[in-house]
Ligand binder design. Structure first.
Ligand SMILES: *Cc1c(COP(=O)(O)O)cnc(C)c1O
Length: 465
């Protein structure tokens, strides 16, 4: 029953008021929130969301980068309800459960070859936290000369989650600055951000100068470094910064040459987002540790998996008294409901040929995005598969950014919302991340809404069509 009708029956159900009274929202200035009318989602189907008043929206951010085959996908609904008929939760500490076992095998088969062990947790942040601890402990146990490898190399502008370890290897000052006293320091390499190249070069004439810069850092610090952590191909939360072709492969080569572990954080890029199941595939890269979360359950339930090589796994084997055990585990690790959803998610990729069907939609999206380049305040349109960032600038010629206070991104997304599209900005970058299952019609409509909204908010008249 729509909430409005329910409300007529029980007038106490004032969800908007209750929300403002009781919820503290993530990444949200609550003073702003308290002043605005919140959108409260009640249901969804496919790429559409519906709020408590029955207003419908296209889910242009896949409910924060997680929805893969759409909402209320029959096969995943069924898998979860079937599992509910057996057991909702049991532990992986000292026991195992059926969906966790079956999913682990599927993940190893789907991941880049050579990643053979699955360590479960429940969010992207924990999957990275686990990767860091595994890398650290691996070297500690490897032998006295390796024990000096206690540090990490990460990229500027990186985002790896919000727990203290993952923030330590993060590089988004806006989010991370205040926690500095709590963090361990890591060695930073410049973010390959061609539109605002830190080296002032132009791609491809630069010949990947950024990778050579990265090598300098790695060469200087490799003896004390446990691992390098990177979001492959796309730095998502940084504003959809796309790495130039060949960069990731170069990083892999450097990690191998200098004998440091490579951690690929595929939390955002995994499960088809970039057009392949994992982003690493596009550069033929096999990381030593792979972090996945967001899309793993098709966007149904919180689950994460950190995959490692056999070599790393073996480094933790020994007699109990040697204390090589990986002393880490979250209570809901390997939750059967979430694992059942994840198995169904992977099955759908095979059964529905999701990745093949995605390719023409990726091309259509690129074509549709072409026209944004003519807008006076669109600095750059970046796309990798179904990850899109539209960077708005105050001055297109000088690339001068909008000031934070102008809240340009926030204004554009509010305009989109009134036109029936949910998206979220990252500062002045409008992010588009629709479910992989979005229809061609919905895709066109989504882009059209964003185009009009940007035109309206930035005061650019769309050219006559
Ligand atoms: C979202 C994200 C995370 C954090 O995941 P949570 O589930 O929010 O903890 C980590 N790394 C990347 C690349 C992400 O996009």
């Amino acid at each position: 029953m729509p909430y409005d009708r329910a409300k007529q029956r029980s007038p106490h159900l004032d969800l908007e008021r209750l929300d403002k009274q009781y919820i503290w929202h993530p990444f949200t200035q609550m003073r702003d929130w308290e002043r605005e009318a919140p959108v409260i989602i009640e249901r969804g189907k496919g790429s559409m969301l519906e709020d408590i008043h029955g207003k419908r929206y296209i889910d242009g951010v896949s409910s924060l980068w997680v929805t893969v085959h759409g909402h209320r996908k029959k096969e995943i609904d069924l898998a979860v309800s079937r599992q509910l008929g057996k057991i909702a939760h049991s532990t992986l500490l000292g026991l195992s459960n059926v969906p966790a076992v079956l999913l682990a095998e599927q993940l190893v088969k789907a991941a880049p070859k050579g990643l053979t062990r699955v360590f479960y947790s429940d969010s992207g942040s924990t999957s990275v936290e686990i990767a860091l601890k595994i890398a650290f402990q691996y070297w500690q146990q490897k032998g006295s000369r390796s024990a000096a490898r206690t540090r990490f190399i990460s990229l500027k502008e990186a985002y790896h989650g919000d727990t203290i370890g993952s923030v330590s290897v993060g590089g988004i000052d806006l989010f991370h600055q205040i926690y500095k006293p709590l963090l361990f320091s890591s060695y930073k390499i410049d973010s390959p951000y061609c539109y605002r190249c830190p080296l002032g070069k132009r791609h491809p004439a630069c010949g990947l100068a950024c990778a050579r810069k990265a090598e300098q850092v790695i060469r200087r610090h490799h003896r004390e470094t446990a691992a390098l952590v990177i979001e492959p191909l796309v730095q998502g939360a940084a504003g959809m910064l796309m790495q130039p072709q060949g960069y990731l492969q170069k990083i892999r080569e450097l990690c191998t040459r200098y004998n440091i572990l490579m951690i690929a954080d595929e939390v955002a890029t995994g499960f088809g987002r970039t057009g392949t199941l994992f982003a690493c595939e596009q550069e033929g890269v096999r990381p030593d540790i792979l972090c996945t979360a967001k899309g793993i359950t098709g966007g149904y339930l919180p689950l994460a998996a950190t995959l490692t090589t056999d070599e790393i796994y073996r480094g933790f084997l020994g007699e109990y008294r040697e204390l090589r055990t990986f002393f880490h585990g979250h209570t809901y690790t390997g939750n059967p409901l979430a694992c059942a959803a994840a198995i169904a998610n992977l099955e759908l990729f095979r059964k529905e040929n999701t990745l093949r069907k995605l390719q023409p939609k990726i091309r259509l999206l690129s074509q549709e995005l072409e026209k944004f380049k003519e807008l006076a305040h669109v600095g750059e349109v970046r796309q990798k598969g179904f990850m899109v960032g539209i960077e708005l600038v105050r001055d297109k010629r000088t690339r001068e950014p909008y000031a934070l206070e102008e809240k340009i991104g926030a204004r554009v997304i509010l305009e989109c919302r009134s036109r029936g599209l949910i998206v979220r900005p990252l500062g002045s970058v409008i992010v588009l991340m629709p479910p992989l299952s979005i229809t061609v019609r919905e895709l066109r409509r989504m882009v059209q809404i964003v185009y009009k909204a940007i035109g309206k908010v930035t005061g650019t008249k769309p050219p006559p069509s």
